[in-house]
Every structure is written in structure tokens, then in C-alpha cells.
Design a protein around this ligand. Structure first.
Ligand code: BG6
Length: 512
């Protein structure tokens, strides 16, 4: 029996999605393909408009042509369906203007009013695919043009929502300032902060898996679990994003958001309901229980790394310092590994290892829950320490699935055991339907459900954790033990981090 948790689903009302930074990469690669698929799958009403605002001179038609070409490249379903595209493209408009120029907002207002149907002018999603430094100006100009009101979303006069991309600031102080700017002319419930990991099916499944199955939750605590590893490895380097990456680094780019979000979902207490605020309350509570680290703790518990030239999947890769727009003596980390403790009743004393890096051997994201070993009294003579403890792997991507590893007797007359696994594969069970994270997130923003978006206190708490680490690194050059060759699993210092506690990294495999 399929149980629909949010049945009946709140319908999407006719609305306009205004994309700021419409000429950018994100619009072509992610936003337009996602909106096209929502239209194709009839998830949004036929009454919608998309308005792209950017500085370059373009007509509606020339922008549509550009988007059509980009869609051919980036669509998750191919070939693009011409009939769907033709219908979709009729809803797509371009508004030329500079984000700082009041005239651009007047034109935008007139364009929205000109759509005729009042709700296309009153129900508005503003997607800020721009530099964060532009958020404040956009919000102020929207307010001045009468397009953004500080209001409750449900008063019946229409609604406005602001969707913002990461990076959300570069530290706690800047995130705080961005939050202040965004909420000058809007209420916190109108702000939808994206972490695209929350749009992934497998990440959403973490809570379903934990709280709808009686057999795992009783074991989900310090009594049964020895440690947990969360890994997001990528087999690509920073490529053309060197300029951005020099300001970010792995800690800001991946740990502050994606890894801490996954950690929160794996470890939070059950929420009182499935409402957005109930879930977000629990996540914040969890993030606040992460033990703060002194500079000495950071030296012991956090490892950074940077790749030098190597070979990934048979392809030679340059070192980070040789990538475009990267300085030749950069100390920015392309790899980070952390050992965290959660000081609450459930998790006291359990180690949580997080690691992420660029130019590692494979791209794979997974959570591995390592259970405590059994007393070895029965099998010690034959197996000793070699007897594996049970583990559960939540494979987030690719080859999405869940595997339970346990020991089984090797058939035969001798007493021999080896690890075996029970495996659930998304593809085998549900078919290959894997919507892009942005489809789900755009739909939720249009519906007005904030569950999959990051609340103000969540983002600020995550920055607090990351800031304390950064402060200990600032001004300290990388040591020899912190470099790794592209195509390897990171610096040796990361192995030492686990070895201190008798643990070992589990390497995600390329295939399921
Ligand atoms: C982004 C980071 O947020 O996530 C990128 O800025 C990273 O550096 C990407 O490559 C990873 O996302 P995914 O969905 O490919 O795991």
C-alpha cells in the first residue's frame, strides 16, 4: 500500500517566477530544465509565467532560442519534447535591465501587470540566482516597485517568496547581514534558502527510513552505533570555478551546508509532526548540540587537504594551484575531514566523521552507520578481530540504495564466515525515475512549503561550527601531510584522524 504523507497536496496557484541573474549558468543548466519538466509532468498549473531579468540585450524570442539549445544539452530526459517545449516557451519572457537600476523594476512590474490574470502579478517567486552581495539591492528595489511586501503568506491578497542560492554568506557575520537584508522587506517565512541536497530523493528518504521502520530506530543511538561516516566524494576538480573556490574552499562549499544537513537528518530526534517548522526545529537543536571545538580540538579533529597533479579515471589532472584563477601559492582546501561529537543523550561519545573532496577516485555520496561489534567469544578462535561488525550504508548517489552488511556462514564443513549484504536499490524497486533536486525545490517554493529549505537559525548555527574551524586555519600554510595526489583518497593526515580511534575510512565504491 502506498501511503501519501501530504495527501491532498496543496495545489500550486497560478504564479510568476522571476529569475534574477537569468543569463547565468544556473538558469540554463538547472532552473529552466527543472521548470520544463514540471510543466511536462503537469505538476504546475498551465497558468504560470517565467520572467528572466538580466543586463544583456535580448528579446523574448532570442532568450527562448538560447534556452532551447541549453535544454537540449542539460535536460534529464532526451530528446526534448517539441510540443511540450512550444507550450512551455509561450510562458517564458525576458526583461532587460540592470539590477541596481530602478527603471528595470518598473519595467518588470509593468510586464507582470500586462499578463492580464491578476494572480500572475500577485503571486510571485523571486529566484535570486545572483551574487549574494546583490540580494540587498534586489530586495530593496522590489519593495520600492511595490512587488515585495512584508506579509503573511496566507492573507489572500497574493504572496511573494524569495528563493536564494548558496553560498549564503562566507561566515556567521556575513550570513547574519544577508539575513538582515533579506528580511528588511519580507518575513522569514517568505525566504526560501536552497541547499540542493535537500531536494534529493535519497536525502529526503533519511527521515522516512528512520521514523517509519521499527527495526532500525531502537538501534539508532550510542548503545548500538560505534561511529558514523558521511562522505561526499567528487571525481572532478574545481575546473573553471577557481575564482569562486578561492573564496570558498571545501569547508564553506560543502561542509557548512550539504554535509551538516545530512548529519542533522541522520541524527536529529523525531519531530512532533512533518510540518516544516517541526522538522527544522529538530535540525537546529541537533546542530546546536555539536560540541564546539577549541583551536587544539581543531588541530586534532579536523584535516584539510589540497590536490596536486595526478590522474583520475585515467585522465591527467592539474594540481589545484595550476587551475585557472587560482593563485600559485593558494592554501585553500579542496578536501576536508572532520571528527565531530554530538553532546546529547542519544549520541554522547559516538564519533561522526565527515569528509568531502575534489579529484578523489570516484563521485559518490553515502552515509555509513557502523554498529558495535558482538562480543567475540564464540568466533574469536577462528575469526578474531577480522570478524566484521554490522553496518548500514545509505547510498545517496549514484546507484542510490541502502545496504545492510552482516556476517554469514560460508557453506561448507568448516566454520567460515564472511560479510554478506542485503541490498535495496532505488532503480530496481522504483524504476529509474529520479527527478532533479531543483524540480522538487522549485515546486515546493511555488507551493509555499519550506520543509526542504534552510531556516535562518539553521544557516547561522552551521556557520558558527565552520567559523571556529576556519579561524584556527587562517594564516597557517598547508603542511606536506595535507597534500594529496588527484585520484587518491585524500591526504594521509585524514587516515591518521581515524586511526587514533582504531577506525578506518570506508571508501565509497563507484558501483552499488
Ligand atoms: C555544490 C558545490 O553546492 O555542490 C559544488 O558548490 C559541488 O562544488 C556540488 O560540486 C555537488 O553537488 P552534487 O549534487 O553533484 O553532489
Amino acid at each position: 500500500m502506498v501511503c501519501h504523507l501530504s495527501d491532498p497536496r496543496k495545489a500550486v496557484e497560478p504564479c510568476s517566477v522571476v529569475i534574477f541573474g537569468a543569463s547565468g549558468d544556473l538558469t540554463a543548466r538547472k532552473l529552466i530544465p527543472a521548470l520544463y519538466h514540471l510543466c511536462k509532468e503537469k505538476q504546475i498549473p498551465s497558468d504560470f509565467r517565467i520572467v528572466g531579468l538580466a543586463r544583456r540585450e535580448k528579446t523574448n524570442d532570442s532568450w527562448r532560442d538560447e534556452l532551447r539549445q541549453a535544454l537540449a544539452q542539460f535536460s534529464r530526459t532526451k530528446p526534448v519534447n517539441d510540443a511540450v517545449w512550444t507550450d512551455f516557451a509561450r510562458h517564458v519572457y525576458y526583461c532587460q535591465g540592470d539590477l541596481t537600476d530602478t527603471a528595470a523594476y518598473t519595467r518588470l512590474e509593468q510586464q507582470l501587470a500586462g499578463f492580464g490574470e491578476p494572480r500572475l502579478h500577485q503571486n510571485l517567486v523571486f529566484y535570486l540566482a545572483t551574487m549574494p552581495s546583490q540580494f540587498g539591492t534586489i530586495v530593496e528595489q522590489l519593495h520600492a516597485a511595490g512587488l515585495l511586501h512584508n506579509r503573511n503568506q496566507t492573507n489572500g491578497d497574493g504572496w511573494e517568496r524569495i528563493v536564494v542560492e548558496k553560498p549564503f554568506g562566507h561566515d556567521l557575520a556575513s550570513a547574519h547581514e544577508l539575513n538582515r537584508e533579506l528580511t528588511r522587506y519580507a518575513n522569514e517565512p517568505q525566504v526560501f534558502r536552497i541547499d540542493h541536497y535537500l531536494g534529493k530523493e535519497t536525502v529526503q528518504n533519511i527521515l522516512m527510513f528512520r521514523f517509519s521502520n521499527a527495526i532500525f530506530e531502537p538501534l539508532w543511538n550510542r548503545d548500538a552505533i560505534e561511529h558514523v561516516q558521511i562522505a561526499v566524494s567528487e571525481d572532478l576538480g574545481v575546473g573553471q570555478r577557481g575564482g569562486y573556490y578561492e573564496e570558498a574552499g571545501a569547508l564553506r562549499d560543502m561542509v557548512q551546508n550539504h554535509l551538516l544537513q545530512v548529519l542533522a537528518l541522520v541524527t536529529m530526534e523525531p519531530p512532533v509532526s512533518l510540518q516544516a517548522e517541526a522538522i527544522r526545529d529538530e535540525k537546529v537543536k541537533l546542530l546546536k548540540s555539536i560540541r564546539p571545538m577549541s583551536a587544539d580540538d581543531v588541530a586534532r579533529q579536523v584535516v584539510r587537504g589540497q590536490y596536486f597533479a595526478g590522474v583520475v579515471k585515467g585522465q591527467p589532472r592539474p594540481g589545484y594551484r595550476q587551475e585557472p584563477k587560482v593563485t600559485s601559492d593558494s592554501n585553500v582546501e579542496t578536501y576536508a575531514a572532520l571528527k565531530l561529537f554530538i553532546d546529547n543523550w542519544r549520541w554522547s561519545g559516538v564519533s561522526f566523521y565527515l569528509r568531502t573532496g575534489k579529484n578523489l577516485p570516484v563521485s559518490a555520496s553515502e552515509v555509513r552507520v557502523q554498529f558495535r561489534p558482538t562480543p567475540h567469544v564464540l568466533f574469536a578462535a577462528q575469526c578474531g578481530q577480522r570478524l566484521d561488525a554490522n553496518s548500514l550504508t545509505l547510498r545517496l548517489q549514484p546507484n542510490e540504495g541502502i545496504s545492510l552488511h552482516f556476517n554469514g556462514k560460508v557453506p561448507g564443513t568448516s566454520v567460515a564466515m564472511r560479510p554478506v549484504r542485503m541490498h535495496f536499490s532505488y532503480d530496481a524497486e522504483f524504476g529509474a525515475y529520479t527527478p532533479e533536486a531543483y524540480e522538487r525545490l522549485l515546486l515546493e517554493a511555488m507551493v509555499g512549503d519550506a520543509t526542504l529549505f534552510i531556516r535562518r537559525d539553521e544557516v547561522e548555527t552551521a556557520w558558527q561550527i565552520v567559523d571556529s574551524i576556519r579561524q584556527s586555519w587562517d594564516g597557517k600554510p598547508l603542511s606536506n601531510r595535507e597534500f594529496y595526489a588527484a585520484g587518491t583518497w585524500g591526504p594521509v593526515a585524514a587516515d591518521d584522524l581515524l586511526a587514533q580511534s582504531g577506525h578506518k575510512w570506508r571508501e565509497p565504491v563507484a558501483a552499488g
